[in-house]
Unconditional design. Sequence first.
Length: 581
Amino acid sequence: MPLDRSGRVPGTVPLYVERAAGRGSGTIFALAGGPGQAGTTLTGNFASDLSGSRSGQLIVLDQRGTGKSGLLNCPELERQRRNDTPLDGRAAVCARRLGERRHLYTTRDSVEDIEAVRRRIGAGKISLLGVSYGTKVALAYALRYPANVERLVLDSVVAPEGQDIFDLDTFAAMPRVLREICRGECARVTPDPAADVATLVDRMAVAPLRGAFYDSRGRARQVSLSRRGLYNMIRAGDGLDELRIAYPAAVRSAVEGDPAPLLRLEHRFDESGARGPEIEPRPQDLSVTLSTATLCEETPLPWERTTPFAQRPAAARAAAAAVPDARFEPFDRATTLASRGDTLTSCMRWPAAPEAPALGPGPLPDVPVLVLEGAEDLRTPLEVGARVAARFARSEVVAVPKTAHAVLGRAGGCAELAVRRFFAGQAVGNPCAARRRGARVLPKLPARLSDVPAAPGVPGRVGRTLAAVGLTLRDLYSEYDQLNSIGEHPAGGGLRGGRFRVRGGDLVAEGFTLVPGVRVGARVGLSRRPAGTVTVSGPVAGTLALSRTGRLTGMLGGRRVALSLGRCSGHCPALGSDSDL
């Protein structure tokens, strides 16, 4: 493709395209998110999502600047682990590195690339499936070439105008989303998760949360969590189910005076060099450079495009000050302006082109449109998808309960059923309406032994200690699973003391403490049948055996005890449910 279709900047950019053939006629273009995600890494996923929905060919491309399409890769932006140089400075270095090319990776450029591919393969009207930022590209194509569009499937919608720089749609949706996460699942945790967040944010306006965090050597170090850190954690839950179902209970614990669970969620990956709970992607999978170049060219920023860099922070503060306080709740204006890693910061010293890249004049085509939205999505909330759907005369919205961002492939097949009905011309309805989460919201972690009910059939302190041992083993496996998910050699600390590591294919814990006063040592397996030995020290001590069926037996406090932890799944991250204990 020509790098610059105006001819002002010479050069070309390769465009890598994959085509999956199908029976019959018709063409579907599938567009990935980001901006910056390489589409062809997901060709198999798209084909699976559309299985039974297409009779013609599927076209997937790496949009310019991503994957195999002339990947943009500024090392100062891509290598963020342990990089403490301010983001605006790193982005400015990248902008100089790219030179005039930095203006030529916009949504408008991608739209023209798609049209060139459509003509090259000889397709007539095309259907477009977009996910996240891919929905913006699909909508932009529909505005620019309405006569060429047959149908649109929009999963997690970004409006053609882009997202608000202050995340106002996210703030507006947050109380509803928090309550959706807890709907039917938080009876033992909190009566109102949104109120808990608001309460905690008010307290954190005075001082950040502070407390002890135990590292992989079992050493306590003092850590903190700011309001912006809490906001980033809640947003990160869009892509991490295990985080999304954990933070309501962790927030409630902090409200009740126990910040340890929330601090662990924030600092769990510190030793790996990851920044917060989201793991740094590879540039060939998701180019941060391309994302920055696109967003800084076309996001509605709170300053004029030619505003001098030195004046931009004041312009951002003035624009935020003009927004009513209520629109930032349950957080506040200061939380928005405190970021050091978002688009506002990235673009602070980015020299954009003098004119914004205009999309097509429209109008939008009168075609069938299916909007899919996760009811727990904060990144692209349901309310945004509904507003975009309202621009089309023939649109249907499917809200998927207990699901966050990018619902296709993650909603138990109900979203795929909606797509099949849509392409068959049938009434879609909402096949996802009854969806339930497989694992319920995690309970609050106990702050004292008296918080733990006695194990069934074992009264008194021995019974509470036995139940606490069961909870501790579940927590041990869960922590292993979290740290193992990033591909490191997993080792970490307990919530309130001790540590664990992997040795000889076993999970080995030393003084691992979840419940104050109950220190657990263990050497247990990591297979689906994790037999091993568990020692308990504290006011009640003893030695227990963990059987291959998930049963603890042995002597504790001079009593013979037994407790079923439930059967394992995978690496036993849960070891059964609370009802087993």
